[in-house]
Design a binder for this molecule. Sequence first.
Ligand code: NAP
Length: 252
Amino acid sequence: MSPSTRPLEGQTAIVTGASRGIGRAIAQELAKLGAFVAVNYLHSKEYAEQVALECESFGTKALPVQADVTKPEDVTRLVETASLYLGKPDILVNNAGIASHSLLIDTTEYEWNQVIAANLKAPFLCAKAVLPIMIQKQYGRIINMSSIWGIAGGSGEVAYSAAKGGLISLTKALAKEMGPSGITVNAVAPGVVDTDMLAGLNPEDRESLSQETPVGRLGTPQDIATVVGFLALPASGFITGQVISPNGGLIT
Ligand code: NAP
């Protein structure tokens, strides 16, 4: 790739939940665009190591970093480790998340707290940890992984919808706070994407979700990574506080 096709060269990205699924594709996309990438994971050490190798095959540096992004001390260590080995972060992708499938009347307080922690508290903690660095640079890109259910609300996914909807509001408010510091904050709200997160669906459910989607298929992790890569570009500096929803037309 020529330098002109590596617009993120010299930049460092932290991608949370990058060991599998959408996060893995995002890490690869940012590496392809030239960024050094911190590949965060919770449990999947071997997968994260593999993703880091895949990133490095694009001629950049990548580092797997274990951290539970719902814990402030882990988030501090994640940002310090990335800064030390790869450089101070220019890009944060808050991708880590967990799903939950239960009606509100069956949702326990424990389950509610877990879902809010992974999908809403973690982006707060990670943004808070990188912002002093980005403010000092007067540059940054924060991209938060929401969901169509954060826009439209999903039956059987009230806690998840609330967390992802909250993340959209966080995005819009933080974009206003950080605009003057050269930092953009955007949300990506995917439709149904074929990852481990869909493991609970039986083949019939998957087929009917594909058919309900106007483009006639489920999304791929790369469909989402392409949007994230675009938002991460220096040239995307006039886009902030926005929600972009790659969803195959499922909601409009
Ligand atoms: P996935 O395949 O289940 O992968 C989840 C990733 O998050 C894994 O890398 C996991 O790490 C990591 N993770 C979970 N909790 C974590 C924590 N506390 N600290 C650090 N890492 C953590 O999920 P996915 O489908 O790629 O989803 C990625 C994001 O897109 C999520 O925010 C999800 O809500 C959102 N999304 C997904 C869909 C979809 O249809 N798949 C649609 C809309 C939005 P380990 O591998 O170590 O467990």
